[in-house]
Write a protein of this length. Structure first.
Length: 194
């Protein structure tokens, strides 16, 4: 019995150490910590509304990659820089969209790189649209307010891509194309391409 307790304790310690290594021991400002807690509350409301298990939101160290957050198997990993971004609410809603839509794995039936890319692009477009729904249901926003949050974030991304000549994130269309797709899905919205 004593050996079993030691094995369980050793595994628990190993898992805690692994979690600390993976999160990189990121230090947050009080404002960042508050925004993170707000997003965790938002995610808890969304998962409850959709009848899904809670999702874990972890903060990762800043990277040079053009990625604000990523969803993987019941976890959202957020770049620490995103906690200071006006795109945070859209980003979390978008990653929740992947979770709620069941975008856990890669498209395995793709016979070519081009087919894989099209499948991933479709998932991203669907997650943008689902983000609007999540912002409405879990955030209490109107359709126009929710579409505006997602559209404004896509506009900022499109402007940044053009201004800084940034490469596209794998699996994504240019942000301007994602914006056009989003607005085509919500034609009753007052938000325009501008």
């Amino acid at each position: 019995m004593k050996t079993l307790v030691l094995v369980v304790a050793s595994r628990t310690v190993a898992l805690v150490l692994l979690a600390l290594i993976c999160t990189g021991c990121v230090s947050l400002t009080p404002q960042q910590d508050q925004r993170l807690e707000e997003m965790r509350g938002f995610a808890d409301r969304a998962t409850a509304l959709y009848g899904k298990p809670s999702i874990r939101i972890s903060v990762q160290r800043a990277t040079n990659l053009n990625i604000g957050a990523v969803y993987r198997q019941g976890n959202i990993f957020v770049n620490v820089r995103m906690l200071d971004s006006p795109n945070l609410q859209k980003t979390i809603a978008h990653e929740l969209g992947h979770y709620i839509l069941g975008h856990d794995g890669f498209i395995t039936q793709a016979v070519s790189q081009a087919e894989w890319q099209r499948g991933q692009e479709r998932k991203e477009l669907d997650a943008n649209a689902k983000a609007v729904e999540i912002l409405m249901r879990a955030g209490g926003l109107t359709e126009d307010q929710a579409v505006k949050i997602v559209a404004d974030a896509l506009r900022r991304s499109a402007e940044s891509q053009a201004r800084n000549n940034l490469p596209l994130t794998p699996g994504h269309l240019p942000a301007s194309a994602e914006l056009a797709d989003l607005l085509s899905r919500f034609p009753a919205s007052d938000v325009t391409l501008r």
